[in-house]
Design a protein around this ligand. Structure first.
Ligand code: NAD
Length: 396
């Protein structure tokens, strides 16, 4: 079948297998063309199929030559419908790892469940050596709690008072954009608690507990989870909102893991990452407008990084390098380029004047659109999108 992008808002329901494969190959090329990193030997990546999780996996596999086990929840293709982008990314990753004599296995299932944690433990026990790195990179709208069976849904809302702000609406296929006003009501206490249940640290802690009880962790082992802080413009919807509350909970779990006598030998880290276009980040109101202004300024400064460049710097310079750039809350700060005062003052000046008529001049709308299409394997000049492709693709 001929696979074209089918997009509504910031959701794309198709993915191009060949484009996804080439995206993964580009990430591998980014890492293998740079110095190797002395680091993990056996890594588990939870949320391995797209965005920062995929880039983490590529970095530790091809940068450290680590064996990797990946966990993600992706849609399988059938004869009529394509799989999700993450499905094809996983296929490409596993195939490239195999070609490079690296052990790689990927489990497709709900990482929040006890069943998938046990499946992962079986693979580690039977096919890998003890794990010395666990990357926790999940972004999900829902979680079924493994003990109570309760379904929690996250809300992306401000806390305390309503938010009036602006965002970018983009008709990706017609390449039309608008700067639109948005009004968001504050979250209820239940919505705040549910968001913490989905995107907070409880499940990260449960993974470590299960792995530790199963004795599949190496004597000296690191685990890292990812967070975002942003600036004053994104503060009401991110840092000061429901998502920010959930992310604060990661710090709590990190501190428990680092002080818990049962977890001796485990070093838990939280890293504040930069803004990048992913399926998760485009779902957050305000963010697309802030990101597209930010990218324009960061590109002009020569400091813009995509997922793979950012993860290569994280692992090489901070996780396995010294000195660590830690803030008062002991988080690794990878957003140092994004929050550079010069960059931020220019972003804020543009924010004051941007509207639908000047958005293309003042923000990197083309870059944002191209990043979005690329998430699903589209928009690559080296792929013929008119050619037939089997959705049940086998990576050559
Ligand atoms: P993403 O949407 O690209 O990736 C999410 C991953 O989670 C995918 O691999 C998906 O398959 C997996 N997943 C979702 N639900 C699952 C489930 N129930 N079971 C198994 N796997 C599941 O998102 P991302 O932006 O790369 O986010 C990863 C982390 O990075 C998040 O913690 C996010 O908050 C953080 N972060 C993102 C940004 C950004 O700008 N994108 C910035 C800073 C921090």
């Amino acid at each position: 079948m001929v696979v074209k992008p089918r997009i509504r808002g910031f959701i794309c329901t198709t993915a191009h297998p060949v484009g996804c494969m080439k995206n993964v190959q580009d990430q591998i090329q980014h890492v293998t063309s740079r110095p190797s990193i002395e680091g993990a030997s056996n890594a588990l990546v939870v949320g391995c199929s797209t965005g920062y999780g995929l880039a983490s996996r590529v970095t530790v596999a091809f940068g450290c030559r680590a064996n990797t086990l990946g966990i993600s929840l992706e849609k399988e293709p059938d004869k009529q419908r394509t799989g999700s982008a993450g499905w094809y990314n996983n296929l490409a990753f596993d195939r490239e790892a195999f070609k490079n004599d690296l052990f790689a296995k990927t489990i497709n299932g709900d990482a929040f469940s006890t069943e998938i944690k046990h499946q992962a433990i079986d693979v580690i026990r039977n096919e890998m050596a003890p794990i010395d790195l666990i990357v926790y990179s999940l972004a999900s709208p829902v979680r079924i709690h493994p003990r109570s069976g309760e379904a929690f849904r996250s809300s992306i809302k401000p806390i305390g008072k309503p938010l009036q702000s602006r965002t970018l609406t983009l008709d990706v296929l017609r390449d039309k954009c608008d700067v639109a006003d948005i009004d968001l009501e504050p979250a209820s206490n239940t919505e705040i608690a549910s968001t913490i249940a989905v995107m907070g640290g409880e499940d990260w802690g449960m993974w470590i507990e299960e792995l530790r009880n199963a004795q599949v962790l190496a004597d000296s082992c690191k685990t890292i989870a990812y967070t975002y802080l942003g600036n004053e413009l994104t503060e009401p919807i991110y840092r000061g909102g429901t998502l920010g509350r959930a992310k604060e909970d990661l710090d709590r779990v990190r501190d428990v893991l680092n002080s818990d006598a049962d977890s001796a030998g485990i070093e838990a880290l939280v890293a504040v990452l930069k803004a990048v276009v992913t399926q998760a980040s485009t779902a957050i109101p305000v963010v697309p407008l802030y990101f597209s202004i930010l990218f324009k300024i960061m590109k002009e400064h020569g400091t813009h990084e995509d997922c793979i460049a950012h993860m290569y710097r994280l692992f090489g310079e901070q996780v396995y390098g010294t000195p660590r750039r830690l803030d008062d809350s002991m988080r690794i700060r990878m957003d140092n380029f994004e929050l550079d005062p010069d960059i931020q003052s220019r972003v804020k000046a543009i924010w004051e004047t941007i509207d639908s008529s000047n958005a293309r001049d003042l923000a990197d709308i083309a870059g944002f659109r191209s990043d979005f299409l690329k998430l699903f394997g589209f928009g690559r000049p080296d792929v013929n999108y008119d050619e037939d492709v089997d959705p049940q693709f086998i990576v050559p």
